[in-house]
Design a protein around this ligand. Structure first.
Ligand code: ARG
Ligand code: ZN
Length: 461
């Protein structure tokens, strides 16, 4: 649904045409990435996905997945071929517009060559049929994502790049789309995903669940949990559906904190503006032995019963990260700095330390060297996009803005930012421009230079 970047320069296009593609052939291949500074092969050029329809069947005992993905996209250039990101699994058949297409694979790139060229601005449907044993991948930072087997099923999640292990797609946060998932599992197991549960049907020993996500979602926020879960369905006082799925082993420990989802959301709406999605909830699955939580859209995943601070963090991401998503993985601080700041605000608003006090402790603490390791807006490598400067120093940037503009305007900026880029994408330059526009006459240059882009610890707090 978002903008994609055209990669093939006009010159190359004309060379390809001269090289003998000849009469009537006008398309050029879409690019194999969107020039992400950390994940150059993530995403693909030449099209913009509007919708993913995924039909999956999983057999946990055999660890076998069968899938049909139908991707609806709009061409942003004339296309002779285009790529999807897809890792592992076996591709059985690819069609474009119902016609068999040629395809080949190299690493995570699945190149599809449709029967006929696709014209710029045309909407097209690609169907990929696939099967096999989906993989777990290890991130550059050592954490695990993708498809994780659990004691009784599986957990799929993918920040930054794991979603390509279970469905082919344009796997970069700059291309957000709506989703419909239809997942069939042996009777007795549950399937939980993003969005809303549309139906649940059992026949001949299998149960099929249909989940719908209507608001645009970045693919790294897609999740699928298969297994035995305690399910709770309710509504907030405002009528927002709450669906939680909890590992039975974590049920007792999770109940009190998950019961506070409506209270946290009410507070967050006061601070950040209207909740951006049609439902909420949580997934708690300790069987995956994950070691981290993730703000999967509508329904964050927790590796065990969360504490209140972690719940606040992941729910704050629904505004900052999920609704306002990064344009590239360099903009991760716009996710993590904001979600961390939300923790500080929660504490301040509930009789604990003020955000300024938290800031001061971090600034003076000698145990916080890691906070100064690199500038939040420019991590040195893919392995470090989830490190302390992105979280803590990112939040400190927001406190610096608050110091300049004062509380009232700061609250307006937090809400206004979420509203201006709602369901879209933003980068650091969008953020600095937005703040400057909201506070004309103030000088932020020093903050951006020292706190956002500067190496080392800024001289003054
Ligand atoms: N975004 C998650 C959170 O802060 C953490 C994800 C960690 N993943 C990773 N690959 N390091 O809630
Ligand atoms: Zn986070």
């Amino acid at each position: 649904m978002a903008r994609t970047v055209r990669l093939v320069p006009a010159l190359l296009a004309s060379v390809l045409t001269l090289a003998g593609c000849g009469g009537g052939v006008h398309g050029t291949p879409g690019g194999s990435g969107v020039r992400d500074p950390y994940f150059p092969k993530a995403g693909n050029g030449g099209y913009d996905v509007a919708h993913y329809a995924l039909r999956l069947t999983y057999a946990p005992d055999a660890h076998h997945l069968t899938g049909t993905a139908t991707v609806t996209a709009r061409a942003t250039q004339d296309l002779s071929a285009f790529n999807l990101d897809f890792e592992g699994l076996e591709v059985e058949r690819v069609t474009v517009g119902g016609e068999t297409a040629r395809w080949n694979r190299a690493g995570q790139e699945l190149t599809v060559r449709p029967h006929a060229d696709i014209d710029r601005d045309d909407t097209f449907h690609v169907t990929v049929r696939y099967s096999g044993a989906p993989e777990t991948v290890t991130d550059p930072d050592g954490s695990r994502e993708g498809w994780l087997r659990t004691a009784d099923g599986a957990l799929a999640l993918g920040e930054p790049t794991g979603s390509m292990t279970w469905f082919p797609g344009n796997h970069h946060p700059s291309d957000k789309a709506a989703y419909d998932l239809t997942v069939s599992v042996p009777q007795g197991l549950r399937v939980v995903s993003n969005g809303e549960l549309r139906s649940e049907r059992t026949a001949r020993g299998r149960t099929t669940y249909r989940w719908h996500t209507g608001e645009p979602m970045a693919s790294y926020l897609a999740t699928l949990a298969i297994g035995r879960f305690d399910i709770s369905r309710s509504r907030t006082p405002d009528g927002l559906p709450v669906y939680t799925a909890v590992d039975p082993a974590e049920a007792a420990a999770s109940r009190p904190v998950l019961g506070r989802i409506p209270e946290v959301l009410r507070w967050a709406e006061k601070r950040f503006g209207p909740y951006p999605f049609s439902s909420t909830g949580a997934i708690v699955d300790r069987a995956a032995d994950l070691g981290y939580a993730l703000e999967t859209q509508n329904r964050p995943v927790f590796p065990g019963a969360p504490d209140l601070t972690l719940l606040v963090h992941e729910l704050a991401h629904q505004w900052y990260g999920d609704s306002v998503s990064p344009k590239s993985w360099r903009d991760m601080w716009l996710n993590e700095g904001f979600a961390t700041y939300a923790e500080w605000m929660w504490e301040e608003d509930h009789g604990g330390k003020s955000a300024q006090e938290t800031f001061d402790l971090l600034y003076s603490g000698d145990s916080s060297d890691s906070v100064w390791a690199f500038p939040p807006a420019d991590p040195p490598s893919a392995a470090r996009i989830s490190e302390a400067p992105v979280y803590w120093r990112g939040a400190m940037v927001l406190q610096k803005v608050r110091q300049v503009v004062g509380d009232e305007k700061f609250w307006r900026i937090l809400k206004g930012w979420a509203a201006a880029y709602r369901h879209g994408n933003a980068d650091t330059a969008d953020f600095t421009a937005y703040v400057e526009k909201q506070a004309p006459g103030e000088d932020f240059e020093g903050i951006w230079e020292d706190w956002l882009y500067g190496e080392g610890k800024p001289e003054r707090p």
